[in-house]
Design a protein around this ligand. Structure first.
Ligand code: URA
Length: 202
């Protein structure tokens, strides 16, 4: 697995992302956070942008929200090694502000290339920015995250047939424990969708 063409392509892409100067976010960041996991993953998780710990380490979801994500993955029999975890924006917005539309637009070609390399069966969007970015590229109607979460949206994204399952951002559950049950429920939907197609993370 370590030497597949997909792995090499992803490693080259990660190098390119580390050198990215397409928008000014790199200036205040310590590290770019390209994303990590299996290039053969059946499930791709997409967050918003790196936070402080991610900026320090260059790895996605390693802070408190990441620990919750690890637990949610484990509870449905998945791990960081069997899935791929990425963000829409690869450098940390200062002070963890929301990424701006122009930052999302200049960074998103990297995510598009990651999706084309991985060709995931299922994309789980974490939070409303990621949900909006992905679902608006499919011919589907969707509303607020409280309504869209846990639904399964099928379509073709960047030439890849996918099922998209939006859910809350794990950080939201840290601030508002009421979201925790929703996240757990949506992760069980991911598990069911995988099993219905006879796959265990691929
Ligand atoms: N929040 C995100 O959206 N992504 C990370 O990598 C960490 C926190």
């Amino acid at each position: 697995m370590g030497n597949t063409p997909g792995r090499e392509e992803m490693d080259l892409l990660s190098e390119e992302i580390r050198k990215c100067r397409r928008c000014p976010l790199w200036k205040e960041a310590i590290n770019a956070v390209p994303g990590e996991g299996s290039v053969d993953a059946a499930v791709l998780f997409i967050g918003e942008a790196p936070g402080k710990r991610e900026d320090q380490t260059g790895r996605p979801f390693v802070g408190r929200a990441g620990r919750l994500l690890d637990r949610l993955l484990r509870d449905i029999g998945l791990s960081r090694e069997t899935v791929f975890i990425a963000n829409i924006v690869k450098h940390r917005p200062p002070g963890n502000r929301d990424p701006r539309e122009e930052e999302i637009l200049s960074c998103s070609p990297y995510l598009e290339r990651q999706i084309r390399i991985i060709r995931p069966e299922i994309i789980v969007t974490l939070g409303r920015h990621s949900m909006r970015f992905i679902l608006s590229r499919l011919p589907v109607e969707f509303g607020r995250i409280t309504d869209a979460r846990g639904r399964v949206y099928a379509g073709v994204l960047f030439d890849v047939p996918v099922r998209v399952i939006p859910t809350f951002h794990p950080a939201a559950a840290l601030y508002n424990p009421a979201y925790r049950a929703g996240l757990e429920e949506d992760f069980r939907t991911v598990q069911r969708e995988l099993h219905d197609n006879n796959q265990e993370g691929r």
